[in-house]
Ligand binder design. Structure first.
Ligand code: AMP
Ligand code: ZN
Ligand code: FE
Ligand code: FE
Length: 279
């Protein structure tokens, strides 16, 4: 019997992934994963769409979300798991983010236009199969199609990456209020991919906040790169989570299951979910 593996970080077409929630669950089954959490950016729409596929494929699915938050003017990603799906606090936070994204996307397109790269929202929508919210990867793809840049990476590096000339973030949601909303929904609040945080002072401030865990296993990072985060989690008694951050064709080099967690941690999250969502 192969070991139990669960991928706790991936994106569907409800945000900026290229597979529908239904296809994502089937992909998990094909990849030999027994557990999954779909962690779309700032939306929980995928859970309902994927639940039936999970039952059919015998993949255990837990509610997840990846919130964009602000700490000291820097952008950080926070994961929430096993929260009450019907919780008004989570739904309200998703609604705030939907408004923030609309404003921010408009601002990005205005800046691109001023830089001589006009792009309409319609052009962005038709560049990808978007069923949910528009994210920067969708804008990047439309820029590639318009031949403004040769590839998605270049779009981020030169124009729409954090603090680049066409970047806009919209009205911020703080890390503290994000954690509070996850906790209000009786969910677990987790620091996403600490590997990617460049500024040590942001990392230190983040580590002072009341999290339940930290994403120690991430994407294709090596055992050595994961070790410091496992050490931090062990010393604090935090949950050690992990996942691939699979986006499908948007990030073709990272397959579903590139990082995963074992049965023990998954069961804790799964039981937490059952207590919250099954009466
Ligand atoms: P958004 O949530 O709309 O601000 O977009 C964030 C998404 O953009 C994340 O899923 C990242 O994977 C992607 N992203 C951020 N920086 C880069 C980059 N330099 N190259 C490619 N994708 C990126
Ligand atoms: Zn993404
Ligand atoms: Fe992220
Ligand atoms: Fe992600």
């Amino acid at each position: 019997m192969p070991p139990f593996r669960a991928d706790l970080h991936c994106h569907s077409t409800c945000s900026d992934g290229s597979l529908s929630p239904y296809d994502l669950v089937q992909e998990a089954f094909s990849a030999g994963l027994q557990g999954l959490s779909i962690t779309d950016h700032d939306t929980i729409a995928a859970y309902t769409l994927a639940a039936e596929a999970a039952q059919q494929n015998q993949v255990l699915l837990i509610p997840g979300v990846e919130f964009s938050a602000t700490l000291d003017d820097s952008s950080v990603h926070l994961l929430g798991y096993s929260f009450r799906l019907a919780s008004p606090s989570i739904q309200e936070l998703c609604r705030r983010h939907a408004i923030r994204r609309e404003e921010r996307n408009r601002e990005i397109l205005e800046k691109l236009s001023r830089l001589g790269m006009p792009l309409t929202m319609e052009e962005v929508r038709s560049a990808s199969e978007i069923t949910g919210s528009i994210g920067r990867p969708h804008i990047a793809l439309a820029m590639v199609q318009k031949k403004y840049v040769p590839n998605i990476q270049e779009a981020f590096k030169r124009f729409i990456g954090d603090r680049r000339p066409a970047f806009a973030k919209g009205s911020p949601v703080s890390a503290e209020e994000t954690i509070a909303a996850i906790r209000e929904a009786n969910g677990l609040a987790i620091i996403a991919h600490p590997h990617l945080i460049q500024d040590p002072s942001i990392l230190n401030k983040l580590l002072e906040l009341p999290f339940d865990g930290i994403e120690c296993y991430y994407a294709r990072f090596s055992t050595e790169s994961n070790a410091p985060w496992i050490d931090i989690a062990s010393k604090r008694g935090w949950l050690i989570t992990g996942g691939s951050d699979f986006h499908g064709s948007v990030k073709p080099t990272i397959p579903l299951g590139a990082s995963w967690i074992g049965e023990e941690v998954f069961q804790r999250l799964y039981e937490h979910h059952l207590k919250n969502n099954v009466s």
